[in-house]
Design a protein around this ligand. Structure first.
Ligand code: ZN
Length: 68
């Protein structure tokens, strides 16, 4: 099973949708700049973005998303 999730590039801040399988580590690269510094955008990170906070954004490593 897989689901489409939002990923976030740490290098160019590009956000994109990609299939994500829980518990499966997949090496990803940014479709825009080619960097492999891509993180899964968690609900916490999305909320922080909505609030416009700076310096406190938390991005989980791919496959290690914490869900309460
Ligand atoms: Zn990028």
């Amino acid at each position: 099973m897989s689901a489409s999730k939002t990923f976030y590039c740490l290098r160019c801040q590009h956000r994109f949708q990609a299939e994500h399988e829980p518990k499966k580590i997949v090496e990803r690269s940014c479709p825009k700049c080619g960097s492999n510094s891509v993180r899964l955008e968690t609900a916490m990170a999305a909320e922080a973005l909505r609030r416009g906070r700076e310096g406190g954004l938390v991005y989980a490593e791919d496959g290690t998303e914490n869900s309460n």
